[in-house]
Design a protein around this ligand. Sequence first.
Ligand SMILES: Cc1cc2nc3c(=O)[nH]c(=O)nc-3n(C[C@H](O)[C@H](O)[C@H](O)COP(=O)(O)OP(=O)(O)OC[C@H]3O[C@@H](n4cnc5c(N)ncnc54)[C@H](O)[C@@H]3O)c2cc1C
Length: 422
Amino acid sequence: MIDFEIPASLGKQLQILEQVALNVMRPASRHFDVHEHDRPWDYIKLMWDGGNNAGYRGRAGSGDLLSMSGGEGGEKVSGPKIRNLALMYTVEMLSYGDCGLYLSTAGGALGAAAVEAAGTPEQRERFLTRFKGGEPKWGAMAMTEPQAGSDTANIRTTAKLTEDGKEWILNGEKIFVTNGLMAAQESPGIVVVWATIAPGTGRAGMRAFVVEGNTPGMTVARLEKKHGIRASDTAALTFADCRIPYDNIIGSPELAKAEGKDSKGFAGAMKTFDATRPLVAASAIGVGRAALDFTKDFLFKQGVTIRYDAPPNVLTAVERDVMRMEAQLRAAWLLTIRAAWQMDIGISNSLEASMCKVKAGEAVTWVTQKAVELLGAEGYDCKLLVEKWMRDGKINDLYEGTGQINRLVVARRMLGYSSKEL
Ligand SMILES: Cc1cc2nc3c(=O)[nH]c(=O)nc-3n(C[C@H](O)[C@H](O)[C@H](O)COP(=O)(O)OP(=O)(O)OC[C@H]3O[C@@H](n4cnc5c(N)ncnc54)[C@H](O)[C@@H]3O)c2cc1C
């Protein structure tokens, strides 16, 4: 049964993270919004060292908060498995502080999630232990290309085996890689690169490869300038005759032999998203909650209190709006906690992972716009963070599958259609 109470073992960690959100992240929010490519080192080091010292090093910890690197939800956590649930609460709380800063937290993030979802035990050991100590390191996942966003099967980056079969040579261009700079160039991190081993065969030829930070041939072509989440580094990466060892292909080496004939490689990508889409949803909820709390406080100072016990016919339009904001976020939260809980107990959650992301992406977009609207000109002014939350929140409806693409996933899963049929 899903437990809607915050697990006691997690409560203390969340209290600490709330202090970080309010006292470390919020005061830095505007600076890193205005100075897009500055790195928030104070925050990064605080979180990395904090994770080490607190000893909660699993996925819910903060040093390797987003490493997805094994462990059972932090060594100090006992009782039922709450690994994904713990991560969901953590991401929500940090995004309540600042979504862009949360994304810049050192750890394995999407890159490690891909290794964890589809890698062999040897690969997990080789690629993920780096996120457990030493200097801060980042992981990234590079799927998107100029001609291939939602249409992932259209990727053109190639991976060619050398004649002696010992190495892969990657060539191609990836865009919009979250943490791309830090993972590829500024730390000994990892970039999981999706490439085709059989051009023209679509999903069947797709495989994922781990490219370690600073591998010759992988370069950062540029840093993107964005509408929101500006504290997060988003890079374009170029691969020019980038050589990596043969066994850096994620999953069984047998996958390399099934050239263009099976789509297990692509299935690996989808497994990654089952773990990470609930976290995108959690991040959306965190931003939405920031906007909602601020709006309620702002209205309260203007003498508006929300009468939860009043009948609908006497409620003002503002009260209705606030209640609807709360209801939207609560609905998203319920779907998200379900998707995370299913992962924790080992039930397939592809449907629920997409569902919660659709709902949370839509909710945060609407809630943050509503907050700007209810505050009037002040909501639109850069003196407050409300306009920023509106810009930040929208990303959750775009990356890791847009709202439309996740709706398609939901429809396919519910109706039993394949991607060829719907
Ligand atoms: C800040 C940021 C960070 C990102 N981080 C990463 C990352 O770390 N790694 C990575 O690989 N990518 C990343 N991305 C890329 C992101 O995943 C893509 O932008 C997203 O998948 C959409 O692809 P696209 O931009 O090419 O849009 P398109 O695929 O061109 O879509 C444009 C519009 O058409 C709609 N559409 C497309 N196909 C369909 C369809 N079949 N049915 C209905 N509607 C459809 C879409 O929903 C969208 O509204 C990031 C993007 C941003 C902005």
